[in-house]
Design a protein around this ligand. Sequence first.
Ligand code: NAD
Ligand code: UDP
Length: 389
Amino acid sequence: PSPAPARMDLDGNPVAPLTICMIGAGGFIGSHLCEKLMAETAHVVLAVDVYCDKIRHLVDPAPPHLAGRISFHRLNIKNDSRLEGLIKMADLTINLAAICTPADYNTRPLDTIYSNFIDALPVVKYCSENNKRLIHFSTCEVYGKTVGSFLPKDHPLRKEPEFYVLKEDESPCIFGPIVKQRWSYACAKQLIERLIFAEGAENGLEFTIVRPFNWIGPRMDFIPGVDGPSEGVPRVLACFSNNLLRREPLKLVDGGQSQRTFVYIKDAIEAVVLMIENPARANGHIFNVGNPNNEVTVRELAQMMTEVYANVSGEAPLDEPMIDVSSSQFYGEGYDDSDKRIPDMTIINKQLGWNPKTPLKDLLETTLTYQHKTYKEAVKRQMAQASAS
Ligand code: NAD
Ligand code: UDP
C-alpha cells in the first residue's frame, strides 16, 4: 500500500506524525479511531486496554503495512506502573477508558464512580506533570435532565430551544437525587471534567474534553450470550439488535418516551481526528459531538430498527414487535433517565468546521446489515444449544 498522503491542518500547515497513547483503544470508539488513524494518517498508536478483541485485526499481529505504527499494551490503568511510561512516550493521550453502560450505573455504582473518576486521575496527573496534551472522553450525560423537563408536560416553554438545547459553556448540569444511583456516572464524569479544567487553569494542562451524544454503529457493545455475558444489558442499539436477532419483542423502558439524537460513529470519528490534528483550535475547549438532526424517541427508534431489520434480514417483523417494561424491572432500583439530548453545535462548528452527515435511517441500515451478518448464525447456534440443554 502507498504511504498515507501528507496531512494538513485546518490552517493549511502540515501535520507532523504524532505518537498517541490511546487508553480504552479496544472498545467501540477506540476501535474505530484506531482504524481511521491507521488508514488515513501516519500517526503512531500505543493502544492500551484490558482486551483487544475489537482491534485484533490491527494488533494481533499488526499486518505488515502497519509495522511500527500500532502496538497493543494489555494493562489495567487501575494498577499498572507502565501507564506513566506510555504517556511520557506519547505526544498526546486520549482517554476512552470507562464503565459506560447505564445498566451498571445503579447496580455497580462504586465501580462506576471509581472507573470514571478515580481511575482517570493518574492519567490527568501524568499528562499535567509531563506537559502532555490530553483528549478526555466525557459524556453528554453531564448535562443530566433538561431545564424544560421540570415544567408541566404541555407547557409551551418546553418547545423553546433555550429550555432543552445543551450548550457546553452555558447549560447547567442537572442530576437527580443521590438515591437515584443512575447519576453516579454523570457525576463522576462531571467531577473529572472539572478537575481537568482546573489543571488547565492552574497548571497550564493542554486539554480537550469530548461529550459524545449517543455515537452508534458496528462493534458497539456486545450481543448477550454470543460475545458478552448472557445476562448482560448493553446500550440500546445492542439491546434492540439482540431482540431482533432472536425474534423477541423490543423492550421499551418506561414507555420509550425519552428522546435521543444518534450520530454515526464514522461521522463522529472525523470530529476526533480534527481535534487530534488541530490542537490550537481544540485545546481548552469542551465539544459536544452529536447529530441534532437525528432525534427520535426510544419508541420511534424501536419502530425504525424493526423496519430496517426486516429489510436487511428478509424476515417479516413480529405481530407485536415491542413490549413495555418498567425501569425497575429492566434496570433495577435507582434507575432514572435523561429526557432529551439536543447538542448545540456552535462551538465545534466554529472551531473545527465539523458537521455530522449521516441520517438515522442510513446509519441503521449499515449497522443492522453488520449485526445480521456478524451475529445471525451465532445467535441461532446459541439458541439451539440453550433449548437442547
Ligand atoms: P467501550 O466500553 O466500548 O470502551 C471503553 C474501553 O475502555 C473498553 O474497551 C474497556 O475494556 C476499556 N477500559 C475500561 N476500564 C479500563 C481500565 N481500567 N484499564 C484499561 N482499559 C479499560 O465504550 P465506548 O462507547 O467506546 O466509550 C468510550 C468513551 O466515550 C467512554 O469514556 C464513554 O464514557 C464515552 N462515551 C461514549 C458514548 C457513546 O455514544 N459511545 C457516549 C457518551 C460517552
Ligand atoms: N432503552 C430501552 N430498551 C432497551 C435499552 C434501553 O427502552 O432495551 C432506553 C433507555 O431507558 C434509555 C435509552 O433507551 O432511555 C437509551 O439507552 P442507552 O442504554 O443507549 O444509553 P443512554 O442514552 O441512556 O446513555
